[in-house]
Design a binder for this molecule. Structure first.
Ligand code: IPD
Ligand code: CA
Ligand code: CA
Length: 258
C-alpha cells in the first residue's frame, strides 16, 4: 500500500511539472536571488500532500515548501516537490520529484521521477533499485582518476577551507571530469545507475537526499558523510559512490586534508 501511494504521489507531483514546464509561471525568491521557488513547486507539493493524506491521513509529512505536518505516527514522508527548480525555471529538463518514506528514523522506500526524461527511479530497502522497473547497479570503476563525478554548489559557504570550491579545484586540477547537473536527487540516481562513479555535496537538506540515498545503497553503492559515518539526511554533507572509490574520494573531501 505504501509503495502504491508513493508511486501515485510522485506521478501527481510530476503531472504538475509537465503542466508548467516551458510555460509562463510565477517565480519568487527564497534567501538568495537565485534560490527560486515557482508556482509549479507549490502545485506539485499540494498534489503530493493530498495524495498521501488521502491514503494515510495520520502520517507525518515533511515538505520543502510547507514544512512539517506533525502527528504521532512513526512514518514520515519526506517530499521535494521539484528538485532542480533553477533548471525547471530555465526550461532545462533536469528536474524531478523526490519522495522518501521513513519509519522510526530509517528511510525504507524512495522514488525519484523526472517526467521530462520519463525516468522513474525506485528503491525499497532490501529489494534493490530500479529505473523504469529494470534493476540498476552502480559502476565498477576502482580509481578516482578514471572516474566521472558529479557535485552541486550551495548559494553560500563556498569558501570554507574544505569547501565546495576547494574540493572542486583539487579534482579539476587533476583532469577529473566533475559535472554539475543542478539536481541532487538526479545526481544520486545517476550514481545508482552507474552513469556517475561518485557524487559529493556540502550542504543538502533532507528532502534533497533522502530518496536518492536509499536508491544508491540499494543499487550496491555506498553513502556516508565526509567522515565516513553512516549517512543521515538530517546533516548537510553527502558522499555517495559505487563503493569502490569511496575511501579514495573521501580523502578529497576530508577536512583534515586541507
Ligand atoms: C537544489 C538542488 C541542487 C543543490 C541545491 C538544492 P532545489 O534543490 O538539489 O542540486 O545543489 O543545494 O537546494 O532547490 O532545486 O529543490
Ligand atoms: Ca531540492
Ligand atoms: Ca525543491
Amino acid at each position: 500500500m505504501i509503495k502504491s501511494t508513493l508511486l501515485k504521489a510522485v506521478h501527481a507531483g510530476a503531472e504538475q511539472l509537465q503542466n508548467y514546464f516551458g510555460k509562463k509561471f510565477t517565480i519568487s525568491h527564497k534567501e538568495g536571488i537565485n534560490n527560486l521557488v515557482t508556482e509549479a513547486d507549490h502545485a506539485s507539493e499540494k498534489a503530493i500532500i493530498e495524495t498521501i493524506k488521502k491514503d494515510f491521513p495520520a502520517h507525518i509529512i515533511l515538505g520543502e515548501e510547507s514544512g512539517e505536518i506533525i502527528s504521532s505516527s512513526d512514518i514520515k514522508w519526506i517530499v521535494d516537490p521539484i528538485d532542480g527548480t533553477v533548471n525547471f525555471a530555465h526550461g532545462i529538463p533536469l528536474c524531478c520529484v523526490s519522495i522518501a518514506v521513513e519509519k522510526q528514523g530509517e528511510i525504507f522506500m524512495g522514488a525519484v521521477y523526472n517526467p521530462l526524461l520519463n525516468e522513474l527511479f525506485f528503491a525499497e530497502k532490501g529489494f534493490g533499485a530500479t529505473l523504469n522497473e529494470n534493476k540498476i547497479s552502480v559502476s565498477d570503476q576502482t580509481q578516482v582518476i578514471k572516474s566521472c563525478l558529479v557535485t552541486g554548489f550551495p548559494y553560500t559557504y563556498l569558501d570554507m577551507p574544505n569547501g565546495p570550491l576547494n574540493v572542486f579545484e583539487k579534482l579539476i586540477r587533476q583532469g577529473i571530469p566533475v559535472r554539475r547537473l543542478g539536481s541532487a536527487a538526479i545526481d544520486l540516481c545517476w550514481v545508482a545507475a552507474g552513469r556517475f562513479d561518485g557524487f559529493y555535496e556540502h550542504k543538502l537538506e533532507a528532502w534533497d537526499s533522502a530518496a536518492g540515498y536509499l536508491i544508491v545503497e540499494e543499487a550496491g553503492g555506498k553513502v556516508t558523510d565526509f567522515e565516513g559515518n553512516k549517512f543521515s539526511p538530517y546533516q548537510p554533507h553527502i558522499l555517495a559512490t559505487n563503493g569502490k572509490i569511496h575511501d579514495e574520494l573521501r580523502s578529497y573531501v576530508d577536512k583534515n586534508n586541507f
